[in-house]
Design a protein around this ligand. Structure first.
Ligand SMILES: NCc1[nH]cc(CCC(=O)O)c1CC(=O)O
Length: 308
């Protein structure tokens, strides 16, 4: 056992790519280490017709992987940080946050160059309340239609003519070799990215020093400080479910700057806040941005959305 690391992952092409990526980095770091990839189907992969916000939110994609580590059928789980809930089950922790890919949203279309070129009333696919809210604010005339499924499925639906354009994370497209499908990257001013977007995290058992030591070199401090600030904001704002919240941090020298946003799905209200401070104060910065949003009424917006 001592020379093997078992990676729990979802079986979607993006999740598999990310697991293989971590596998390749670990075998480079530790020659002789053997990696086994344990593919799992999560509840979130099975329920494809309902909006995620309605069926229980993001945790649906990680619970089975966490169970695998607790039951010792896997040693680590590789996640898109965007999909990782704020809290971890007893005994597990987020050991590593890896170097971030482009965190921006991407505009993907076969006919149009960017948001501004879309004709009045054009149909745009996204199931993310965060993207929907910012899109509706900028272009209230657009028809925004739900779009679920993995990245490959979403591209296929665009190609089948179901939408004039779709919005996806640039990171997922780049990882899967679809960079050429990106017509434009949407600036954070126009679409503030999701908390953790573009970053990969590795979760493992706390009481497993061997595994923690083996993966530690994959930790990327700049990305970690940024993503932890974004997550601290999220923790203060609510907890779990899928809601129109965006958070994006940058490092400038030894300072960390965090922008946050909460809005209504129809874009009729959008609250924004920003704060900065020494990078090691990521938690306080995240909390400050959340408090500034709450002072503007974010609590009412979020609780209205979470009512059954
Ligand atoms: N919600 C699914 C998901 N989780 C992570 C990514 C993209 C990769 C990343 O953010 O690291 C995607 C697809 C998308 O939003 O287009």
């Amino acid at each position: 056992m001592s020379n093997i690391i078992r990676i729990a992952t979802r079986k979607s092409p993006l999740a598999m790519w990310q697991a293989e990526h971590v596998s390749a980095l670990l075998t480079d770091l530790h020659p002789g280490l053997e990696i086994q990839i344990v593919g799992m189907t999560t509840k979130g992969d099975k329920i494809l017709d309902a909006p995620l916000a309605k069926v229980g939110g993001k945790g649906l994609f990680v619970k089975e992987l966490e169970q695998g580590m607790l039951e010792d059928v896997a040693d680590i789980a590789v996640h898109s940080m965007k999909d990782v809930p704020v809290d971890f089950p007893e005994g597990l922790h987020l050991a590593v946050i890896m170097d971030r890919e482009d965190p921006r949203d991407a505009f993907v279309s076969n006919r149009f160059d960017d948001l501004d070129s879309l004709p009045r009333g054009a149909c745009v696919g996204t199931s993310s309340l965060r993207r929907q809210c910012q899109l509706a604010d900028r272009r209230p005339d657009l028809r925004i239609e739900p779009l679920r499924g993995n990245v490959n499925t979403r591209l296929a639906k665009l190609d089948a003519g179901e939408y004039d354009a779709i919005i996806l994370a640039a990171a997922g497209l780049m990882r899967l070799g679809f960079e050429s499908r990106i017509r434009g990257r949407i600036s954070p001013e126009d679409s503030l990215p999701a908390i953790g977007q573009g970053a990969i995290g590795i979760e493992c058992r706390r009481a497993d020093p061997r595994t923690n030591d083996l993966i530690a070199p994959l930790h990327h401090r700049d990305t970690a400080d940024r993503v932890l600030a974004e997550r601290a904001m999220n923790a203060r704002l609510h907890g779990g479910c899928q809601v129109p919240i965006a958070g994006h941090a940058l490092i400038e020298g030894d300072r960390l700057v965090l922008k946050g946003l909460v809005g209504t799905p129809d874009g009729s209200r959008i609250l924004r806040a920003e704060s900065d401070g020494p990078r090691e104060d990521w938690e306080a910065i995240g909390t400050r941005v959340a408090d500034a949003l709450l002072a503007q009424g974010a609590g009412e917006i979020l609780s209205a959305l979470q009512e059954p």
